[in-house]
Design a protein around this ligand. Structure first.
Ligand code: TRP
Length: 330
């Protein structure tokens, strides 16, 4: 049997180039590995914790679904669905609540960060904490265990959550007999680091230094033209350690990079370097952008894909849930 690899995608914002190279592309590459059965879902139940506007939730779900399909996620190879269309996960969540100690949740980084923030602002420690946040890791464990997941590819920020899912699975299995596959996190060491357009070393929404993945050609150009450079004049050699070159490297082939490095050495002007970056980025993104625009204006097709995914996901979910129910005597 193939190993199940599962990942949840939080619909938090408009996907940017940092998300693409850091998370989307590596996950899609993994989904093409025939040794894995991939489950990819939009974590809309989790999103309820920070999105309180129904239209925003719908819109972000749409953006994210269209983005992943445009980037090449193949729904024939993986099960692609919305978390909330498999309500079995909430029943499993409830069952898992009862083998999860409060102490384990007390140690969760995201919860602790909220408490620290409230304390530093002189507020009640639980000021920012609703139960959705507090129990977030249990729902995530339910996501993972429901599909017999072996591997969960995540960034370092989610490592603790997968460890908790493992603890919860073990605790259940110990009490009620072997029921759940015990999952492990899969942390990729060599994910691309994408610098921000402000010259800082990480592109991130919270730093406000992103280039949206699927903005229009004109906007892409504007973003690239706004990238901070130093005052080295035309004709002087330029370092390939600058933001412009680091971004160029993501979009260009090895050979193109070598040629460009020679141009930098020969003193290319920043305006021309930016233009070269724009051309490379636009060539790379254009076919995906076209697919994205197609899906955005044919969302019914995307919904049909998600519904087909839901059917496959629910079949497995029902089996696992039944196993858990039987194990505990329901
Ligand atoms: N918590 C993850 C994030 O913040 C999203 C997520 C929800 C997830 N359920 C999951 C990731 C299960 C992996 C497995 O990005």
């Amino acid at each position: 049997m193939n190993k199940v690899v599962l990942t949840g995608i939080k619909p938090t914002g408009i996907p940017h180039i940092g998300n693409y190279f850091g998370a989307i592309r590596p996950a899609i590459e993994m989904s093409n590995n025939p040794e894995y059965d991939g489950y990819f879902f939009i974590a809309d139940y989790h999103a309820l914790n920070f999105i309180k506007d129904p239209n925003e939730l719908k819109e972000l779900t749409k953006l994210v679904a269209c983005t992943w399909l445009a980037c090449g996620l193949d729904p024939k190879k993986v099960v692609f669905y919305r978390q909330s269309s498999v309500p079995e996960v909430t029943e499993l969540n409830w069952i898992l609540n009862n083998v999860t100690s409060k102490g384990l949740m007390n140690r969760a980084h995201a919860y602790k960060a909220s408490v620290d923030r409230a304390i530093s602002e002189g507020k009640d420690p639980d000021f920012y904490v609703n139960m959705g946040l507090y129990c977030y890791p249990i729902l995530m464990a339910a996501d993972i265990l429901l599909y017999n997941t072996k591997l969960v590819p995540v960034g370092l920020d989610q490592k603790q959550h997968v460890e908790m899912a493992r603890d919860i699975a073990k605790s259940f299995n110990k009490t009620f007999g072997y029921t759940f596959v015990v999952p492990s996190e899969l942390i990729s060491e060599d994910v691309a680091v994408v610098p921000g357009i402000d010259g800082s070393n990480k592109m991130s929404k919270s730093h406000g230094n992103v280039i949206p993945l699927f903005c229009s050609e004109e906007e892409l150009k504007k973003y690239i033209m706004s990238i901070k450079t130093d005052s080295t004049p035309v004709g002087d050699p330029k370092s390939v350690e600058c933001t412009l070159f680091k971004l160029y490297r993501l979009f260009a082939t090895e050979q193109e990079c070598m040629k460009m490095a020679a141009k930098y050495q020969a003193g290319i002007g920043w305006a021309e370097a930016k233009n070269e970056l724009f051309i490379a980025a636009n060539n790379y993104l254009k076919p995906m952008r076209e697919k994205y625009n197609y899906y955005m204006s044919h969302y019914d097709e995307v919904l049909a894909i998600l519904e087909a995914g839901e059917k496959k996901a629910r079949k497995v979910a029902k089996e696992t849930l039944q196993r858990a129910r039987t194990a505990i005597g329901l």
